[in-house]
Design a protein around this ligand. Structure first.
Ligand SMILES: [Fe+2]
Length: 505
């Protein structure tokens, strides 16, 4: 289907020979020309058909050419209207110009003048449409720039793009379907419609089949005639492929209701630009995710290095992370907070890299100096991650997991809610895991014992609210204790537990 077309011209004159003359002069092969001698019929035509330029007589029997002009302005705001009149007056000319008439042709006119006036009008219209299209493209670029480097969430950005797309293309709805280029599965759907009934159409997954793995960036446009409030309209669906490194990574479906069955080339250019922005944003996100994945693998390697040295903490990081995740879910933390929690938990003891093996693996009690050395591991950890942006959210986990609710912890001696929640949360699960896990010199304690330990320490070492949150998470069965500790535990010990909410002394 063509996306651009010949100009559509409407000629209205109650004298048929003038209509014929105009058609012959403009050339029926160069334009699509409709002619009417009856003003009422012309007005009806304007209500249902796309029109670029109107040439109308001013005096049309009982009707005025100004009525044709009004209808043209209402239905086709950017149409060029040229009045033909044998009796121009200054008053009529001023009134017509005020209403948006482009030019006058005074009868009898030379055909050469007619052709020049029409071509000038169409050229003027093209410039105006190109300007509008450029404005749209500038708007898209503005929206596109809003994403890169802003840290904006991809879903929110794509939503913004679709809003902009609906405005610039006068669409009633649009959607982006993102694909995994390898599997072809849909991995993301973002939709923006003015009316909910359009959602299904723009989310139609079968539109992806049209591309059949092709690497073409050409859009697929389909148009079908529909009747809306008695008027003939077209329901145009455009599917614009999104290509990342020449692979089909998604599609933008746009639904437009229009009087005509085609879309101006300028608007299609804008849509192509939009698809380019979406492709860059998706590719950018993928790179970011890959980078995060690499960082995470690096973190795992560091954690494994600590655990390899510290027999005490073998498997501890993994268990603590999973327990902490359950707490975070119960607290309604966001996906981003939970991601930061995973990294924070993985890194919380990273400072132990700077503690000598002899202290780390000492089976007996630590001497005062050894204890002081051990207590430096939060600060050592901070020094290791400082300056790495991606690890910044881990700092409260690293620095505050040995703070105590009563203010007697280390390294800062923070108290109550003055301790970052990340540290308070980690302290609860850290303590729980320390009691539950096996040691070289003893087997892990029972759940009942671990729960007792938490309750006893609530309000002194631990935040009582978070202890309660954790016990509720355990009671709900969300934590698979068999998987974590290799043994079945009786959850009934959690039934009658109460946690006293004493304020820190
Ligand atoms: Fe620690």
């Amino acid at each position: 289907m063509p996306v651009d077309r010949r100009s559509r011209i409407l000629v209205v004159d109650d004298e048929e020979y003038i209509c014929r003359l105009v058609v012959e002069s403009l050339g029926p092969d160069s334009h699509d020309i409709a002619t009417f001698c009856d003003a009422a019929q012309a007005i009806e035509y304007l209500g249902s058909n796309p029109v670029d330029l109107v040439l109308t007589d001013l005096m049309l029997g009982s009707c005025s050419g100004l009525q044709v002009l009004e209808t043209a302005r209402q239905n086709h705001p950017d149409a060029i209207v040229i009045l033909m009149t044998a009796h121009p007056s200054v008053e009529t000319a001023i009134a017509a110009l005020k209403r948006g008439v482009y030019d006058f042709l005074v009868k009898p006119f030379k055909l050469e003048v007619l052709n020049q006036t029409v071509e000038r009008g169409l050229a003027h219209q093209k410039v105006a449409r190109d300007n509008l299209s450029l404005k749209g493209q500038v708007e898209f670029l503005r929206v596109a720039n809003a994403f890169f480097g802003s840290g904006m969430d991809l879903d929110r950005y794509l939503q913004m793009l679709l809003k902009s797309c609906n405005t610039e293309l006068s669409a009633v709805g649009s959607a982006i379907l993102e694909l995994n280029p390898r599997s072809g599965n849909i991995v993301r759907k973002v939709v923006e419609t003015r009316e909910p009934e359009n959602e299904a159409a723009v989310l139609d997954e079968s539109r992806l089949d049209q591309f059949g793995g092709s690497r073409s960036a050409s859009p697929v446009v389909t148009a079908e005639p529909v009747t809306i409030d008695g008027n003939r309209r077209y329901r145009i669906m455009v599917s614009q492929p999104i290509l990342v490194r020449r692979r089909l990574t998604g599609v933008i479906n746009v639904l437009i209701r229009s009087r005509g069955d085609t879309i101006p080339a300028g608007r299609m250019d804008a849509l192509s630009l939009l698809a380019g922005s979406a492709a860059s944003a998706i590719a950018n996100q993928k790179l970011y995710e890959d980078l995060q994945q690499s960082y995470f693998q690096a973190i795992r390697a560091l954690t494994n290095a600590i655990e390899a040295r510290d027999h005490y903490t073998a498997g501890h990081t993994d268990r603590v992370t999973r327990l902490a995740e359950q707490m975070a879910l119960r607290l309604g933390w966001t996906e981003k907070q939970i991601y930061d929690l995973r990294v924070g938990c993985a890194l919380h003891d990273i400072g132990k890299i700077g503690v000598p093996d002899a202290i780390l693996n000492k089976s007996g009690l630590l001497s005062e100096s050894e204890r002081k050395r051990m207590m430096k591991h939060p600060d050592l950890g901070l020094r290791i991650v400082r300056g790495i942006d991606l690890f910044r959210p881990s700092v409260p986990y690293i620095l505050a997991h040995h703070e105590r609710y009563d203010g007697h912890g280390y390294p800062r001696g923070l108290k109550g809610e003055g301790i970052p929640i990340e540290g308070r949360l980690l302290a609860v699960v850290d303590t729980f895991d320390a009691v539950m896990s096996d040691r070289p010199y003893r087997a892990g304690a029972s759940l009942e014992h671990a729960v007792k330990e938490l309750v006893e320490n609530a309000g002194t070492q631990l935040d009582p609210k978070l202890v309660r949150t954790f016990l509720l998470a355990l009671r709900s069965g969300a934590v698979d204790l068999r998987e974590l500790y290799g043994r079945d535990e009786d959850l009934s010990c959690l039934d009658d537990v109460t946690v006293t909410e004493k304020a820190p002394a």
